[in-house]
Design a protein around this ligand. Sequence first.
Ligand code: ITT
Length: 201
Amino acid sequence: MKLLVATHNRGKLREFQEIFHDLPFELLTLDDVGIREDVAETGATLEENARLKANAYVRASGLLTLADDSGLEVDALNGEPGVYSKRYAGEGKSDAERNAHLLEKLRNVPQAKRTARFRCVIAIADAHGNVQTTEGTCNGKIAFESRGTNGFGYDPIFIVDGSTRHLAEFSSAEKNKISHRGRAAVKAREILREQFIAQKN
Ligand code: ITT
């Protein structure tokens, strides 16, 4: 059985490949199936955008498709950047530029008020047009400087609750255990197992 992991983000793709490596699916990427189109993320919520992506790519591929929409919510910025996490600081900026922009915005915000969370919604769409979603959250605080080289996106400036380490200092296996995507993926794995793995006998 084939599962299309529909993301253009290499960091996410690596995490999904690791999280689902033991499922009896052949994991395919958008490159593997020759899909280059980008889906406009016009939804107002992570769930809407995850559904938009999963629906568009299942239609383009005809394959069982998993997509996620994720983002960082910072309390001192009233939940920004949220659904705009990728475009924060402007189109075409690098992760390092986005991180610098966020640190600058929070320059005068004291430690106690730097609370934040990553959220992830995963959508699984099948060829019959059914879509199911799961969610995961990872709580923490925005640091005063970048640290660590693992992961991607805002990981270098995110201090995980209950730890003094930045998320980019976690190994990928450690991150997958506690991250928003890892948590949403555990629930997605159950859906895949229960509904889409052909039963033997
Ligand atoms: P696809 O839509 O192709 O999957 P994307 O990068 O556009 O990839 P999103 O629209 O979901 O993905 O944007 C999420 C952004 O939020 C992402 O680009 C990162 O900047 C940030 N982000 C999401 N998950 C993250 C994580 O685990 N660690 C750090 N930053 C993350």
